[in-house]
Design a protein around this ligand. Structure first.
Ligand code: FE2
Length: 292
């Protein structure tokens, strides 16, 4: 595919991998409705979009994201609210930086496993947008994988088995079995008993009509109706189809880059950058719909 020159100067260029595109050109602080529609279409067609060569401050970034839907945040922030950016109370900060003994954000500098944002809530987020404010010289790449493709490559027999099954996405615990804010009273370590919403394993994208595998996170997942061992075995089998290199693409960050992804049909993960320098990302999400 060749680059498309739009009348409004935004250029959409596929990034050469199985999916993902880059948008450059024009001025997103003066984005027209056509520009927003161009970006929305690029996300729909390419699942992940990188905006490069723009500069948005936190207020401009917040206004920009709000044009794609109602802003949305993790319930953890609501229960243990810390406003990082006064002009944008729903903005999260993903960072390893510690100033005066206080972390300026969350998620540190380690590897983050594959996941879909907010699958552990009733109404998970639609888009996540992450803006690079500080980056280390190397490390901390964000990798994305195509969950339409993960569904497409399943054997037919497995596809028909999944049609009746769902996953409980536990909400209370982190992978170290510590509890998230507001869940201190949950003492069980049994995934069958942990609280969390139940979503279909296969969801249909409301805009494209395509089916995708909706796995959320591996830790704490459980398939209701199955004995635990069968649930674990089936989840492991499904995860073996997700995140394959041929269906994935990595974003190597440059300062001011904005990455936008659709949580309804992708998963993402982050490489470790321990010892490699300061990294600070400002993130916002838009509200989605109940998976079905
Ligand atoms: Fe995430």
């Amino acid at each position: 595919m060749t680059a498309t020159l739009r009348a409004n100067d935004l250029r959409v260029r596929p990034l050469g991998g199985p999916f993902a595109a880059e948008i450059t050109g024009g001025d997103l602080n003066e984005a027209t409705d056509d520009d927003i529609e161009t970006i929305r279409r690029a996300i729909r067609d390419h699942l992940v979009v990188r905006l490069r060569g723009y500069r948005m401050d936190d207020v401009q970034f917040t206004r920009f994201v709000a044009r794609f839907g109602d802003l949305h945040t993790s319930p953890d922030y609501v229960k243990d609210r810390k406003v990082y950016v006064p002009e944008s109370p729903l903005m999260s900060v993903v960072s390893n930086i510690v100033e005066n003994g206080v972390a300026v954000g969350h998620h540190g500098d380690g590897e983050l496993d594959w996941h879909t944002d907010l699958s552990f809530t009733d109404i998970p987020s639609c888009y996540t947008m992450l803006c690079a404010r500080e980056i280390p010289p190397t490390g901390g790449d964000t990798r994305f994988t195509d969950m339409y493709r993960a569904y497409d490559i399943l054997p037919d027999e497995l596809k028909s088995r999944l049609a009746r099954l769902a996953i409980k996405h536990q909400a209370s615990h982190n992978p170290q079995y510590g509890t998230w804010p507001g869940w201190d009273h949950i003492e069980t370590r049994d995934v069958r008993e942990m609280p969390g919403p139940i979503h279909p394993i296969v969801r249909t994208h409301p805009e494209t009509g395509r089916k995708s595998l909706y796995l959320g996170r591996r830790f704490g997942a459980y398939i209701p109706g199955l004995v635990l061992a069968k649930s674990e075995a089936l989840l492991d089998e499904l995860w073996s189809y997700a995140g394959r290199p041929e269906n994935s693409w990595s974003q190597t960050w440059q300062l001011h880059d904005v990455a936008i992804w659709d949580n309804r049909c992708t998963m993402h993960r982050r490489d470790s950058f321990a010892g490699l320098g300061r990294r600070r990302m400002h993130g916002l999400m838009t509200k989605g719909t109940r998976p079905e």
